[in-house]
Each structure stands twice: as C-alpha cells, then as structure tokens.
Design a protein. Sequence first.
Length: 326
Amino acid sequence: MSDALIQKFTALVNEGLANNENRADAVYTALWSETEDAELLDLLKQTFEAAYRPPSFNNVRITEPGMLLDQAYALLSAVMDADILDPKAAFSKPMLAALEHGTILDYAMVGRFWSVAGLQRYRPDGTLAEFSYDPLAITSSVAAVVTGDYIPLETHVGLGIGGVGQAVSRVGMRGQRHGKYTSEAFEAEMSSIAMQHGQQLRLMILEAEPTARSFWAHLGYRYPENTRYMQPPIDYDRVSGDALYPAVPELLMVKPMNGASTTEIERDLLIDAVRSMYRKWYVFDYVPESARERVEQYVFGTLFQDFIDSLPPGSDPIRLVDPPSA
C-alpha cells in the first residue's frame, strides 16, 4: 500500500509539474479519502513542497575545486554568454595557488546552496521539473553565485576595494532575495579578506549591466555622477599588444563601506579604485613584456584617462547618485 501511494502521489504531482503547476493540495485532498496511511501522505506532501520551494539556503565561500565549484560554474554557464565566461580552470587556478602556497586567497566565489530530500530534477531556471520520493537520497543545488576579488588600493595604503566580477541567479528563483543575500555574503568575505591583510575594506565596486542597475541600487550601490567609464578589452594579441576586442561602455557603480558617506566619494579615492581595478583585471599576466607597454598605454593612457577627464575639475568630492535608467 505504501509503494502504491508513493507512486500515485508522485505520478499526479508530476503531471502538474509538466504543466508548470503545483497540484500538491488537490492531489493530497483526492488521496486523503482513499488511503489508510495518512502519515505517509502528509510526509509526501511536505517533501514535495520542500522540493518545489526549498525552505532553507546556505551561503558558502568556495575555496577549492570540487562539486560546489562545478555547480557554481554550471550556473554561470547557464546564465552568461559563452564568449565572456572564462573556462572553469580560470576560477580554480587562484584557489589551487593559495592552497599550494598557504597564502591569502583574494579571489572569492560565493554560492547560495539548498538541499532537499529525494532525487529531485530541476530545470536550468531552478524550477522543479520532476518530483521523486526517496528518503535515502538528497539533492543539492545552487540558487545564486557572486564572484570577484579583493584589491588593495595602490596609493591609499591600508585600504582596499571589493570588485564584483560576476553575479548570477536562477531565473525561476528570482524575486526570492537570493541575489541580495549572496551579494551581502560576498561583501562580508571581502571585509574578512581585508582584515587578513591587516587592511580595511573601503569600497565595493562593479560594472553594472543596464538590466541590473536597479538591483545594485537597491543594495546600496551608487553611480559617481556624470562619470564616463569603459570596460577595457578582455584579450590582446600576444605579439603586438593590439586589443582583440573593443572596449565596452559600462556604468560604474560603487558602495562605500565601513560607515563612509553614501552620498559622495573622495575624488582621489575613486581614481585610485578604478586604476587599481584596471590593473588587477585588465592588464593580463599572459601578455609578454614586449607587448605589455602597448597594452598599458591603451588601458591607462586612453581609457583610464578618459574616465579621469569625465570627472569635474578640482579636488571636491564626487556626488554618488542613483544610476540612470537603462
């Protein structure tokens, strides 16, 4: 009788899932009058509801290759365009280097994970595709991922910034605040890394996609008013140093940390932050010395200088405002 009830409940709720419907209440009511095992029926419904909308999540910083990195990278691959996503080895490389040398890992990948009973199958967007009751099994997956680096500032000794590189979440799970909680956990990791260096996290910084501006603004990120910012090329010719891709206009957004003003930022600090981020992210180690001068001239002599030229003259602080609409 137990196996028959499990099979019937599973078949009926999976019919609903095939039509993107949660029919658990209707199935429960229909089976209640014909079963003698109310306790099992209650358990089936509870297990389904937990699988349909997982009730608990954990934010985890991934510090070594393995299953968690595989899941996080799979989510990045599902959301981001293949031509802008680095291979998985690029994410594991700094982790392995820090483990090998016993150094502080400045790179951080934070995932927001859930686990539920049974062998559940989810669609790429995070919605439940097929329910299975198996109390001996557990299904774990990832709802959101944020990656980036802690970057010591070049001229503001003792201070650093947290640079958000990628931030993605399951499309079907948006609106449940997973992006918010993962981003806050990432900021906490940036602060922790700063303390390990004996420094202070002064600023969070990112290049905001048009569709994500309101999300970042909700988390306290602001636009340095009237600034003009270009994301440098992501690859260069190894011989000539010529850019293989064009620079891309982006919206720079920052979030002051540790009690700093949220309405303005010191001009020199903003300049130092962009310069330090450019050097960390866009002057690549693989470019040989023979081509490095040309790369640096383009990044700092052209793109960085254009950013500085967009700032108002003088030494007054730069206003931080809500981002313009996309």
